[in-house]
Design a protein around this ligand. Structure first.
Ligand code: C2O
Length: 346
């Protein structure tokens, strides 16, 4: 059967695999059996997610205000910035066993649940932020690392007086062009120098284009990650997740335990995480459009797989994969944009 949401009353200590399995408490600050089924948002003007590097000063300001408010909430409030970040640890570092399978941890990464789960994660985060600033059209920016101008950390995330700032990053990468071949171990790849930029950009673009090769388009497992059903523990990343790891490593510090972005347990504490995943979600959206929205699988184990989130109305909702297969149905879209990697020559 499909993977089910956890029993909230059964939370256990999660573990940080990058710090010798140190136990970490990633349990949600609530436990309730009052869980309602998610319904798609009513028709309303779409939220337009824009590339971070093209945000206007006014848009940056609004985003900063929303994040500041989220950080100022009571630390136990499920909307609190840190609580929102901890959700990533909950479903990534093993804070729950699967219902009825007391030896199989609930894990949304490295399976076909990767893209849907993160889509919902961002969806609720965006709506909560919108609520906090009373703006029903608020949209989160995305880190547009698949265009040359976007292959740097968007500058306003580097302003250390901003609520968007996080110091736990690799400072050597603050002004560097991303190299999609970067590996932070064992010896970090050196940053590209400006005279290498052209080649690195070209190679980066090819890597993005390659995500949408024929095989990946025809075999969603290759793009999304391997199928997983209730009671299974699978770890086979798809091409999208594989490429996505790069930005985590690029932003996170070289030294273990790589907090924040370089470690699943802490990644979402960095506002860049959300911008990064905006782009990941956008590439999934592109993939879905390319496939004319043919579901990645028609199996109930995909379509009926479900998660829980604490929503923008302070209700715990149960969401299922089948409801998130069109971004527009969820009330947002990606602003008009370019895909310069399309058809790029090798
Ligand atoms: Cu849940 Cu970027 O990983």
């Amino acid at each position: 059967g499909p993977v089910q949401p956890p029993d909230l009353s059964m939370c256990i200590l999660a573990t940080d695999s990058q710090a010798d399995d140190e136990p970490v408490n990633c349990c949600p600050p609530y436990s309730t059996s009052n869980i309602v089924d998610f319904v798609l948002p009513p028709d309303a003007p779409l939220r337009h997610r824009k590339p971070a590097h093209k945000l206007s000063p006014k848009e940056i300001e609004r985003f900063k205000v929303a994040i500041a408010k989220m950080k100022q909430l009571d630390p136990k409030d499920p909307w609190n910035f840190m609580q929102q970040a901890t959700i990533h640890c909950t479903f990534c570092n093993g804070a729950f066993f699967q219902v009825n399978y007391p030896d199989k941890l609930l894990q949304v990464h490295a399976t076909w649940l990767f893209a849907p789960w993160h889509r919902y994660y961002l969806y609720f985060w965006e709506r909560i932020l919108g609520k906090l600033i009373d703006d029903p059209t608020f949209a989160i920016p995305y880190w547009n690392w698949d265009v040359p101008d976007g292959m740097f950390i968007p500058s306003f995330y580097l302003d250390n007086s901003s609520p968007l700032y996080n110091d736990k990053r690799n400072h050597d990468h603050y002004k560097a062009l991303m190299d999609f071949d970067y590996k932070n171990e064992p010896t970090p790849t050196p940053n590209p120098t400006p005279d290498q930029y052209k080649d690195v950009i070209n190679k980066n673009l090819q890597k993005v284009e390659n995500l949408f090769n024929k095989d990946n388009l025809n075999k969603p497992d290759l793009f999304m990650g391997a199928p997983v059903s209730a009671g299974e523990f699978v770890e086979v990343r798809g091409a999208l997740e594989e490429l996505h790891n790069l930005a985590h490593e690029w932003v996170g510090p070289v030294a273990k335990p790589n907090h924040d972005m370089g470690n699943f347990y802490t990644a979402a504490r960095d506002t860049l995480f959300w911008a990064h995943h905006g782009n990941v979600d956008r590439l999934w959206d592109f993939y879905q459009k390319k496939r004319m929205y043919k579901p990645e699988s028609n199996l109930a184990d995909y379509l009926e797989a479900s998660f829980i989130f604490y929503d923008e109305n302070r209700q715990v909702v149960k969401v299922k994969v089948s409801d998130c297969l069109r971004a527009e149905d969820l009330g947002y879209t990606y602003a008009p944009e370019e895909f310069p990697w399309q058809g790029i020559r090798r």
